[in-house]
Design a protein around this ligand. Structure first.
Ligand code: FAD
Length: 368
């Protein structure tokens, strides 16, 4: 009999397993995929670590979490500085002085502020009724038309006029010549890839991959005193309150016989004609010098049951459904629900690690 059966070898499950092991507990970790790591898994193609489930860049302001991940693996100095490609015109992201200089030829922060203010005033929007109006009221028409509209419409599969304003609460605008996408103090990619970190976490823990909890639910439930469940919460409760919706992605990965395709890890395609939203060139996350390169085009897609669930859709309807599942989960004895799928919440990696550590401390105490 194990102390814990952990369903899901993603970050939540792996951190929980590592911490439980340190506290002398026995765990069995299962995952329905044929590998560990969940969505942070890297697949090696042509000697390059490919982010199989979408580009993953680690960033955090929390020193404790940064020290924690660095205790498993060293991180490189990768800094995310995406480029936007709008019909062949290139702009720096996030919106900063480099972007404004390229858009309007202006040089000083004062000129940039004036330009944005002029455009916001000219649009005359006081009470934004949809995403388009909201974005224009925040950053004006030029930035909206060239850098937000096409990308957002592809991402959500509908017109920005039909999307609710609340999706965009703030748009980060930076009046310095700083292309670093994140404001966080710490950032990087694990040297050797995320698998190194996950393998270290799961060292000495029994792991079975290619095993779906629901295929042998009853026998799995008997194997351990407690379950840590990181799969989809609606599936756990047999969809009795309906299906929770997600937005999904399709990835087209290609090996190219050249050493450098786009000179940057992340290029966003912000026009509406290009069918994908981004191209990721994986080697640049690790300053790779291989002869070949691997690129991935990202296509946002409608999610249907059976597809990979990537982004929860936290609108009123889905949040209400989730609340019902959460109530059931709160009454479920001997099961801990954690991670992005079981809490129907988008988490960055540092957040899911923080949440797993808090859960473990609550469950098994702080080791200091
Ligand atoms: P997961 O990694 O999804 O792990 C859950 C595991 O449970 C999966 O392996 C799954 O196969 C398994 N499972 C589910 N059901 C069953 C079952 N029935 N039986 C057995 N196993 C099961 N975060 C960042 O900090 N930076 C980024 O740049 C970043 N980019 C992202 C890009 C994309 C496209 C997405 C979707 C997310 C991104 N994230 C990023 C977030 C990051 O992926 C998550 O924080 C993290 O993966 C969550 O870990 P988890 O353990 O909760 O879930």
């Amino acid at each position: 009999m194990y102390d814990y059966l952990i369903v899901g070898a993603g970050l939540f499950g792996s951190v929980f397993a590592y911490e439980a092991k340190r506290r002398g507990k026995t765990c069995l970790v299962i995952d329905k995929r044929n590998h560990i790591g969940g969505n942070v898994y890297n697949e090696e193609i042509a000697g390059i670590n490919v982010h199989k489930y979408g580009a993953h860049i680690f960033h955090t302001n929390n020193k404790k979490i940064w020290d924690y991940v660095n205790s498993f693996v060293e991180f490189n100095r990768y800094t995310n500085a995406p480029i936007a490609n709008y019909n062949g015109e290139l702009y720096n992201l996030p919106f900063n002085m480099n972007t404004f200089n390229k858009l309007w030829g202006i040089i000083t922060p004062e000129q940039a502020k004036q330009k944005i203010e002029e455009q916001r005033k000219a649009a005359g929007i006081t009470d934004p009724k949809n995403l388009e109006e909201q974005a224009i009221s925040l950053v004006g028409t030029d930035i909206y038309e060239k850098l937000i509209k096409g990308y957002t419409e592809k991402q959500w599969g509908r017109s920005a006029k039909d999307l609710p304003a609340f999706i965009i609460k703030r748009l980060p605008v930076r009046f310095t010549y700083d292309n670093n996408y994140f404001n966080d103090k710490y950032q990087g990619i694990p040297i050797g890839g995320y698998n190194v970190m996950i393998e270290k976490m799961l060292e000495g823990v029994e792991v079975r991959t290619d095993v779906d909890f629901f295929e042998e639910r009853e026998s799995f439930e008997k194997l351990a005193n407690k379950i840590v469940y990181t799969g989809m919460i609606d599936q756990y409760f047999d969809y009795q309150h309906g299906i929770l919706d997600y937005r999904s992605l399709q990835f087209e990965t290609k090996v190219l016989d050249i050493d450098n395709y786009q000179g940057n890890a992340v290029v966003n395609y912000t026009d509406k004609e290009t069918p994908y939203t981004r191209i990721i060139e994986h080697k640049h996350f690790e300053f790779g010098t291989q002869d070949k390169t691997v690129i991935t085009e990202e296509y946002p897609t409608e999610w249907q049951q059976g597809d990979e669930p990537y982004y929860p859709i936290n609108d009123d309807k889905n949040n209400e459904t989730y609340k019902k599942y959460k109530a059931l989960a709160d009454n479920e004895s001997n099961v801990i629900f954690g991670g992005r799928l079981a809490t129907y919440k988008y988490y960055d990696m540092h957040q899911v690690i923080g949440s797993a550590l808090t859960t473990v401390e609550k469950e098994l105490g702080d080791l200091g």
